[in-house]
Design a protein around this ligand. Sequence first.
Ligand code: AMP
Length: 221
Amino acid sequence: MKLLILLGPPGAGKGTQAQHLVSRFGLVQLSTGDMLRQAVKDGTEVGRKADAIMKAGQLVPDEIVTSLISEQLDKHAHAPGFIFDGYPRTQAQAVALDALLADRGMKLNHVIELTVDEDALVTRIAGRFTCARCNEGYHDTFKLPKVAGVCDICASTEFKRRPDDNAETVRARLAVYRADTAPILPYYEAKGIVSRVDGMGDIASVGAAIDAIVQDVPVSA
Ligand code: AMP
């Protein structure tokens, strides 16, 4: 069982690298951002509560995201491991995650911090879009579809952009990261389980650096 957290500011590449780890190691990606976006789309009670908060780039209450994670851990009880992507984002969530794992006889193995230059993040985030059908990620500057307007993977011609991926909301999300999320690193550093990876490289080289760490991660019971 491998249990990893990908930690880093919005636009650091957590989602992209988590998807790579899913295909490389068969781990299950638990992205609270994806779960919340789905809840908004489905119009559930959680989605109704989260919608305005997400558009403002603020954090959804800890209890909501922790219960989403708890449900998913139970749903995928037989998975070979999990990648936590965008969770935990506060000290309270970090403590809650340890408790959720302990209840299930599991323990975190590793936290990978993706470090990035903040100025580059706004450009990265403001240009990104995904295929509306298969979710493949693209970027206006760094990764356009090979044939304009057609998804490389599934040939769909429909794409979408996140409503919170605009310059103003990105700045709010970065401020929240600095104030609430970066301060949880010492909690994990004290456990001796943090590695840093330079997230400014291209997708493949960041992926290779992460793979090397994940391969060496000791497997817990
Ligand atoms: P992400 O896709 O991880 O960038 O998350 C998008 C938005 O969802 C964030 O800006 C928050 O509003 C909300 N969100 C996602 N994960 C969490 C979390 N762990 N705690 C609180 N809010 C979250």
